[in-house]
Design a binder for this molecule. Structure first.
Ligand code: ADP
Ligand code: MG
Ligand code: MG
Length: 252
């Protein structure tokens, strides 16, 4: 079983008045098959953690380590990370002009699997995954992210997750901007992938509502650039009732 190990991770961004440290020593271990929720107030550094794991060039790692089964993830290019089985939904957030969803997914699958999926099987796989997410088949022919609504972007993320079958998936604010029906469909997609027992999921979110559909094995409170408390699913219930105030006052 694959294990992602984040140890004492420190990350800075270049701000107007010089580098600013955002992550201040993050420790977290995610194993294949586990679902971890990272919850915290706005501005606490959750997206910075996700982007740093994605290898986004804006973020500079100034200390600590990230290992996938002992391999140094921080030394890997964005493509190498994907190939190693780390899935980051925000890896391709931009519009990709002239590239259809269908071609984009096949290219991504080819990169991750090391060989192009057989066309006929692939078409069937994509169709089934799209149907499960209640997506219009015409969506496959649209250009990636071009004019996608918030909900379409999120479904496209989960479609990638279902088709690419990563070992570790990092989902940043997958629940934001979704109406109740879309939230349920997207959550069901995540639960389907989860039920294979073959993906470790890092579910990054500000709100507790997605956790009504997805029961995490572990919940971590993120404040001031680090994890300040960890617990089981019951910790999310506590956050729903009490919010983040006590954490922010104390530390951030
Ligand atoms: P979250 O996802 O938890 O809301 P972020 O990771 O987006 O938090 O942001 C964490 C902190 O880093 C915020 O205070 C934000 O203003 C700051 N930050 C992010 N990018 C930059 C940047 N380029 N320059 C200065 N500050 C930044
Ligand atoms: Mg430290
Ligand atoms: Mg964020």
């Amino acid at each position: 079983m694959a294990t992602l190990e984040i140890r004492d991770l420190h990350v800075s961004v270049e701000a107007e008045n010089g580098p600013r440290e955002i992550l201040k020593g993050v420790d977290l271990t995610v194993k294949q098959g586990e679902t971890h929720a990272i919850m915290g107030p706005n501005g606490s550094g959750k997206s910075t953690l996700a982007y740093s794991l994605a290898g986004h060039p804006k973020y500079t790692v100034t200390g600590g380590t990230v290992l996938l089964d002992g391999e140094d993830v921080l030394e890997m290019s964005v493509d190498e990370r994907a190939k190693a089985g780390v899935f980051l939904a925000m890896q391709y957030p931009v519009e990709v002009p002239g590239v259809s969803v269908s071609n984009f997914l096949r290219t991504a699958a080819t990169a991750v699997r090391g060989e192009a999926p057989k066309l006929r099987l692939w078409v069937k796989e994509v169709k089934e995954a799209m149907a499960a997410l209640q997506m219009d088949p015409a969506f496959a022919e649209r250009n990636v992210n071009e004019g996608f609504s918030g909900g379409e972007k999120k479904r496209h993320e989960i479609l990638q997750l279902e088709l690419l079958k990563p070992k570790i998936a990092i989902l940043d604010e997958t629940d934001s901007g979704l109406d109740v029906d879309a939230l349920r469909i997207v959550s069901e997609g995540i639960n389907r992938v989860r039920s294979t027992g073959e993906v470790g999921t890092l579910l990054v979110t500000h709100y507790t509502r997605i956790l009504r559909y997805i029961k995490p094995d572990h919940v971590h409170v993120f404040a001031g650039g680090r994890i300040v408390e960890s617990g089981g699913a019951e910790l999310a219930d506590k956050l729903e009732e009490e919010g983040y105030e006590s954490y922010v006052k104390g530390g951030a």
